[in-house]
Design a protein around this ligand. Structure first.
Ligand SMILES: [Zn+2]
Ligand SMILES: [Zn+2]
Ligand SMILES: [Zn+2]
Length: 772
């Protein structure tokens, strides 16, 4: 008797190309004894299987549950087909199923199988610094153009040896179609160079020589996956300080790599969520609590209780840590202050010559610059702080289809986004668009991603700020091509990004708690309560405007903001007590007073970030900052051991009439008087910082309640750079939920300006398609 035969067509969507999905399907079909074929199509994998019904069902179950580690299945559509009675199972060439796929996968950390081989003296790839397989290895950063095939990658110049070729051709091998497949025989090689960039030793000796130098306290430039790192022994304070000196980076925390999870636990106190985050294939830098007495040099992250820690993701890095003397290494992007990361050997020699004592180089070209990603566990779940290596060029879903467009993002921490259909593709973190190198990197990446996704934008979206380099560039670029432009208000983009990430449409209460962004009234916004949908917004309330004496200078010198705030709160800022509090001289105060009185170079701001700065200047004596948001980060840091439920500092609601569209103003005068009183009474800095955080949270929860009373909206979307502040994020969610609100926070897109372009896409998509 014959078992009933079935033929099914299966279409799998998601991240299923370049991640070993076809060989996985092939193996599965062989194991279940099914006939048919598998192939890539335009944006997924198409399968046909034929065999006994039970076997077909088993195949479909296993397809979902045993999928390869780097894949992500978004949908599986199955349909019944007529029997063909073919025999055997085949992997068909992409072209057979129509247009060639356009996807390039993201880079992924060395997998456990490869790591085992790397450290196994009997394996033919023992200690080979470039081993990889379909489950791991570089992808995006070594690819010049689509399709993602070896000739289009920087592996093209390394013809595979017969043994590697055999693996590459065998569908049952872990290295089937692993484009960067290589070995000692045929692949890239490493070498060590001195400070002058001239080769001193090669092959395995190079790694050993590099380790010797690191152990001796030298600064090494090490070529990685997305660029060079500058590295020193993270337990050696003198070496760390020398690196800071040479890199001209004085305060900003340095990322640090440790051998494995055990080593990570020794330097940081980790939650289960943080451990899981450390282990993701993207191997992001994770911000976690430093363990007391962990032996890491103070200079790695001065003045804050966290370390940016991550695990090795490239075989070369695993080899460095295979030496017992190497415990923790600073691994920071190789650049001078905020320039783009160096990727090319010659470029590294030229730009890092004065910084590095030596170079660990290799001859596999990096074709796309890509910094390490940064993530943190915020309020119990991971949140991306900087979306780069391991995520680019993966798309982030949109609530509905977008016409092809480019959104250029903001000014600092720039990231642009290309969109088409259901997805927005954010670029890697490009850094600050303040100079020509930054703009060059922007152009380079844009060209590459446009090619990769074959997206020809018909609309260019930019920030409302007329002075941003990104705005000017966008207008010019659009003009040359005859494209339409759309300007999106900064904080609307922040809120829309959070909405889009959660698929929200309709109205929300948007809390945009941020540094600075250009407002619709030409003033500088950043402490905003918006009633927003994807297409538009009304301003419900905002922090009361205060002067920002010196404009941009007030961002770098928080004492200026402190003076502006205290004056607005009615203090005599020229009194001895206040001068001391602010850390200003009499003359400085006088100059600023005159500026404010005459309104010269003194824009008005409602920014929460600037309020954090002002409070940090007074409480911590943080007169100037070395990096953006330093003052606020230190203020959060000092409160880290304080309880959440401390008495709040008060803020006052002034005016506001929803019917006449007059926003309410949140006045911080009472807060300043209570805070100064606490300082006079020698209340601890930690307690003051905690009361401040609690006060901010309480004020914006109160604003949300008022907004709900006026509009009936019960959903709150949290966004803006201040939402990186974990204490604030936690307090806001808890208090909002206690009031019965539905609360949404960013997860896969940064709440800061790195996420802006995604929000710009969401707004423009809604405007263009007349949906919201
Ligand atoms: Zn692998
Ligand atoms: Zn080989
Ligand atoms: Zn912003």
């Amino acid at each position: 008797m014959h078992e009933a035969l079935r033929r099914r067509g299966v279409v799998v969507r998601g991240v299923v190309q370049g991640v070993g999905f076809r060989p996985f399907v092939y193996r599965l079909a062989l194991e279940e004894g099914l006939a048919g074929f598998v192939g890539n199509d335009t944006d997924g994998v198409t399968i046909e299987i034929e065999g006994p019904e039970e076997r077909v069902e088993a195949f479909l179950d296993r397809l979902q549950f045993e999928a390869p580690p780097l894949s992500r299945i978004d949908s599986v559509v199955v349909r019944e087909l007529a029997l063909v009675e073919d025999s055997g199972f085949h992997i068909v060439a992409s072209e057979v199923l129509g247009r060639v796929s356009t996807g390039i996968p993201a880079d992924a950390a060395t997998c456990p199988d490869c790591l085992r081989e790397l450290l196994d003296s009997s394996d033919r790839r023992y200690r080979y610094p470039f081993l990889n397989c379909t489950n791991c290895g570089p992808r995006f950063t070594i690819t010049r153009r689509i399709p993602y095939d070896r000739p289009q990658t920087s592996m093209a110049k390394f013809p595979m040896c017969p043994e590697c070729q055999r693996e590459y051709d065998d569908p049952l091998n872990r290295r089937f179609h692993a484009q960067p497949n290589a070995c000692w025989e045929c692949g890239p090689r490493t070498w060590m160079a001195g400070a002058d960039g001239i080769e001193i030793s090669s092959a395995d000796d190079a790694v050993a020589a590099c380790i010797d130098r690191l152990v001796a306290g030298q600064i090494m430039a090490i070529k990685g996956i997305g660029g060079f790192h500058l590295s020193v022994d993270a337990t050696n304070q003198a070496a760390v300080m020398r690196l800071r000196e040479r890199k001209r980076r004085y305060g900003k925390p340095l990322a640090m790599m440790v051998r494995d999870m055990e080593a990570a636990r020794q330097v940081c106190v980790l939650t289960a969520e943080e451990e899981a985050l450390l282990m993701t294939p993207a191997r992001s830098i994770v911000l976690a609590r430093r363990r007391a007495g962990c032996g890491i040099a103070e200079g790695v992250a001065p003045g804050i209780p966290w370390l940016g820690v991550y695990l090795p993701y490239a075989p070369l890095q695993h080899l460095l840590f295979a030496d017992a003397r190497v415990r923790a290494l600073v691994m920071t992007s190789a650049n001078l202050s905020e320039e783009p990361i160096a990727i090319d050997n010659d470029e590294a020699r030229a730009r890092l010559g004065g910084i590095a004592d030596g170079f660990l180089m290799h001859d596999r070209e990096i074709l796309q610059r890509c910094d390490d990603s940064v993530a943190a566990v915020v309020d119990g779940a991971p949140q991306l702080v900087r979306r780069a290596r391991g995520f680019v060029p993966m798309g982030v879903e949109l609530p509905f289809d977008a016409p092809p467009m480019l959104a250029v993002g903001g000014h600092l921490k720039n990231v642009f986004a290309l969109a088409r259909g259901r997805f927005a593709y954010q670029s890697q973190h490009l850094g600050d668009l303040e100079n020509l190198t930054g703009l060059e990197f922007f152009r380079e990446s844009l060209e590459h991603l446009m090619r990769t996704f074959e997206i020809e934008p018909r609309t260019v979206v930019h920030d409302l700020h007329p002075g941003y380099l990104s705005t000017q560039w966008a207008r010019e670029w659009a003009k040359e091509r005859g494209l339409q432009t759309i300007a999106v208000q900064h904080h609307h983009a922040h809120v829309a990004g959070c909405m889009a990430e959660h698929g929200l449409t309709g109205n929300v209460i948007g809390l945009a708690l941020d540094g600075t962004g250009y407002g619709s009234d030409g003033k500088i916004w950043g402490g905003e309560v918006l009633i927003a949908n994807l297409a538009g917004f009304e301003r419900f309330a905002h922090l009361e405007y205060v002067p920002m004496p010196g404009g941009e200078a007030a961002i770098k010198e928080p004492w200026r903001m402190a003076l502006g705030h205290l004056r607005a709160a009615g203090f005599d800022v020229e009194s001895d007590e206040l001068l001391k509090l602010v850390g200003a001289t009499e003359k400085e105060a006088r100059v600023l007073m005159r500026m404010m009185e005459r309104g010269v170079n003194t824009p008005l701001t409602s920014s929460l970030g600037r309020l954090f700065d002002a409070v940090a200047a007074v409480v911590l004596g943080r007169r100037v900052v070395d990096y953006e948001a330093q003052a606020a980060i230190e203020l959060e840091g000092i409160a880290v051991d304080e309880p959440d439920d401390v008495p709040v500092y008060a803020m006052e609601f002034v005016g506001g009439n929803w019917d006449t569209q007059e926003p309410a103003r949140i006045n911080v005068t009472p807060l300043w008087h209570e805070l100064v009183e606490d300082l006079r009474n020698n209340v601890s800095k930690a307690r003051i910082a905690a009361r401040f955080h609690a006060g901010v949270a309480a004020a914006f929860v109160r604003a949300s309640v008022l907004a709900r009373e006026a509009t009936g909206v019960n959903r709150v979307a949290l966004s803006g750079g201040c939402m990186h502040n974990r204490r604030l994020a936690r307090l806001l969610r808890a208090k909002l939920e206690a009031e019965g609100f539905e609360v949404y926070q960013h997860r896969n897109v940064s709440p800061g300006d790195g996420g802006l372009s995604y929000g710009q896409v969401a707004v423009a998509m809604a405007m263009l398609t007349k949906q919201s």
